[in-house]
Design a protein around this ligand. Structure first.
Ligand code: AMP
Length: 674
């Protein structure tokens, strides 16, 4: 089950990264007892020490740490937590203690090394092993050397060791544990006094600045849900049964600490929007019969003002799941729209196509005359600026272009109170994280945030943890293609050089009313294949990132309207594309991962229709065979014998490689590196 626990081990964003002091490990001459200070940065030693030559620095970790090593916990008394441990490596007993990574982390962490060792000619050695939040420090050497080191460090900690306040959430230790602040330690070394960094004051100033930045903004109204009696009266069993039968919905409260009750789903539009007649009118106009599973479960959560993570693919109705509550949210803010000085809702989307599609959904409902605008790179920048400056309520944007307008002070994001990160996994795949970070600096922190993603990898978890507040999570129609039982999936195994002939044969066999997307791996192949078809008199359009935006829009329009019935596309079209009458997906090239396969296949069999997918597999795709078999089996599809053999061959090949790697590893207990 997904939870924050599975978070990646990246540096916590709450840590002050920019102002890290240079770390100054305390050193002592083994014979003279002379103390010197050294700093280590970026894997290089910068020394002023008279005994510099005596020290060897090793960052390769080849004689790294014993994994079982855990230095003692609470040191208490404001000092360092000391512990002597027998080292299996050398037989000597090292002196061990632990420092906060905010003190040493960047110093030893850069350059990829997690272990650093400093050794002198007498055999005395300091070893630092960087952990997730703390670094373990071991001092090896004679009793005399260790005693001296201990006295020095204790003394420094006593004199200067005002321990940095700890954020127990991230450090996982209580605040009585001993930590020394390196800037302070450094200041007492024999070298010149260094300025003491006052972390408490830095943090306080940051909070003050934040408070100033958001001062004067009107409060945000978020709660618009009144659970109907019918919804409230559903028993646990009924709800569980309903979730099971509706794409096996799984809900989760991600808030740390005490968990909240997950609201019961609504199964009719009235149950969600009975107090919002205009919304009901809009729904009736478009003629939808009932909410989709994601809508049923997301609406009661979002309408309560909670942040939500929706793990759902395009085609599940996720756009309306966040748009309708967004309309209500915008309409119900205490400050009238005209006086807000900027838009109230922002939807960030990974591609122009998806952004345009969300905008189309937005305009379709025309709720209370809200003005929406789509801002995307490649589009008419001037025109977009004109529209923004005239005043809009809803912005749907790709991160790059929005960041551009933000940096140029063309757009005010402070008025936003409702934020959507749509297809977050795709945005990360496309490298938009820096732009998202910059954009969100200017969006008030007490906003409501909804995030959708088709998958839940570490990067998305990290994003959610950084930008959503105590969210609830709803999984719908996961990557389990068993849920997409409307698509018949065929796999054809053939040599690379036969792919074109097979494709031509397949296209020739299509019926006049069929509509097909041919997915290829490269833009060049998309161009190549579509010009082949054109030369043969088969009308096609192509869609890929190298085409001008107007050509891309034209291609999509032609395909949607049926002017052409074949679209040759790269994975640009795998997600977000909502063309409901696609009858076939044809994978000319196997996608770069199995998730993309699922997205591609999901372009057909939509809105209650059935569809067919054909996937060409060649020898070079053998590494995907096992995952593909898994998907086919779960969707009750036929698995070709040859695919099974291919998976088996790849398994054997992998085992052989792993064995060879194992044999090549150095023996002994230190070979298990990070
Ligand atoms: P999405 O997953 O947001 O891309 O939505 C896919 C398609 O489903 C869009 O064309 C929506 O207009 C449509 N849709 C959204 N909600 C419903 C619903 N409750 N019933 C039928 N179709 C819907």
């Amino acid at each position: 089950m997904a939870d924050w626990d599975a978070e990646s081990d990246e540096e916590s964003p709450s840590k002050p990264l920019s102002a890290l002091p240079e770390w100054e490990p305390v050193r002592w001459g083994s014979s003279s007892g002379q103390k010197v200070s050294s700093s280590v940065r970026s894997g290089k030693e910068e020394r002023q020490s008279p005994s510099r030559e005596n020290w060897r620095s090793r960052a390769d970790g080849s004689r790294g740490r014993g994994r079982e090593y855990r230095p003692g916990g609470g040191g208490g008394g404001g000092g360092v937590a000391w512990e002597f441990r027998k080292s299996r490596e050398s037989g000597s007993v090292p002196l061990c203690f632990r420092l906060d990574n905010s003190v040493v982390g960047t110093v030893i962490g850069r350059g990829g090394s997690k272990i650093r060792e400093l050794e002198d000619s007498s055999g005395s050695k300091i070893q630092i092993v960087k952990g997730e939040y703390e670094s373990d420090v071991k001092i090896f050497g004679s009793d005399e050397t260790q005693k001296r080191a201990k006295i020095l460090i204790d003394d420094l900690v006593k004199r200067y060791g005002e321990r940095p306040e700890r954020d127990s959430k991230f450090c996982g230790r209580d605040s009585t544990s001993g930590y020394s602040n390196s800037a302070q330690v450094a200041s007492s070394a024999n070298g010149p006094r260094r300025p003491i960094i006052n972390w408490a004051s830095i943090r306080e100033n940051k909070e003050k600045y934040e408070a100033m930045k958001w001062a004067g903004l009107p409060p945000v109204e978020k709660m618009f849900y009144r659970e109907s009696k019918v919804v409230a009266s559903r028993s646990r069993e009924e709800v569980a049964q309903w979730r099971k039968e509706n794409n096996n919905i799984i809900c989760n409260d991600i808030k740390e600490g005490e968990k909240r009750a997950i609201p019961n789903p609504v199964v009719t539009f009235e149950e969600a929007f009975q107090y919002f007649p205009e919304i009901m009118d809009t729904i009736q106009k478009v003629g939808f019969l009932k909410p989709t599973p994601i809508q049923s479960q997301a609406w009661p959560i979002i309408l309560q003002g909670l942040d939500l993570i929706g793990i759902a693919q395009t085609g599940t109705g996720k756009t309306l799941a966040y748009l309708l509550p967004g309309f209500i949210h915008l309409d119900s803010q205490p400050i009238p729209r005209a006086q807000r000085g900027g838009p109230g809702m922002l939807v960030l989307a990974p591609t122009r196509e998806l952004a345009l599609q969300v905008e189309a959904e937005c305009s379709k409902y025309k709720y209370k005359g809200f003005k929406s605008i789509c801002i995307y790179g490649g589009g008419d920048r001037k025109g977009q600026i004109n529209l923004v400056t005239k005043g809009v309520d809803i912005i749907i944007a790709t991160p790059g272009r929005l960041n551009d307008l933000q940096m140029n002070n063309i757009i005010n994001l402070k008025s936003l109170t409702y934020l959507v990160l749509d297809e977050a996994d795709r945005m990360l795949d496309m490298g938009f994280e820096p732009q998202i970070m910059k954009i969100l600096i200017d969006v008030r922190p007490d906003r409501q945030t909804v995030m959708t993603s088709a998958t839940w990898p570490d990067g998305v978890r990290r994003l959610a943890k950084s930008y959503l507040k105590d969210p609830m999570m709803v999984y719908v129609g996961t990557l389990d293609l068993a849920a997409v039982n409307t698509v018949e999936q065929k796999v054809v195994i053939l040599p690379e050089e036969e792919k074109r002939a097979y494709t031509r044969h397949f296209v020739d066999s299509l019926k006049p009313q069929d509509k097909i997307i041919i997915f290829v791996g490269k833009k060049l192949i998309a161009d190549d294949l579509s010009s082949d078809f054109s030369l043969q008199g088969v009308p096609v359009q192509s869609l890929h990132g190298n085409r001008e935006q107007c050509d891309r829009e034209q291609a999509l329009d032609d395909f949607k309207k049926g002017k052409v019935r074949i679209l040759v596309a790269t994975d640009l079209a795998a997600r977000g594309l909502d063309v409901q009458d696609v009858t076939h997906v044809f994978n000319f090239d196997f996608p770069r991962n199995i998730e993309e396969y699922v997205h591609r296949v999901g372009r057909t069999g939509r809105a209650g229709r059935t569809g067919e997918s054909v996937t060409l597999v060649t020898r070079k795709d053998w590494k995907f065979a096992a995952e593909l078999i898994n998907i086919l089996e779960r969707a009750n599809q036929e698995v070709p014998e040859e695919l099974l053999l291919m998976a088996e061959r790849y398994k054997q090949h992998k085992m052989k490689l792993d064995n060879e790697k194992d044999m090549a590893k150095p023996r002994g207990r230190w070979h298990r590196d990070f």
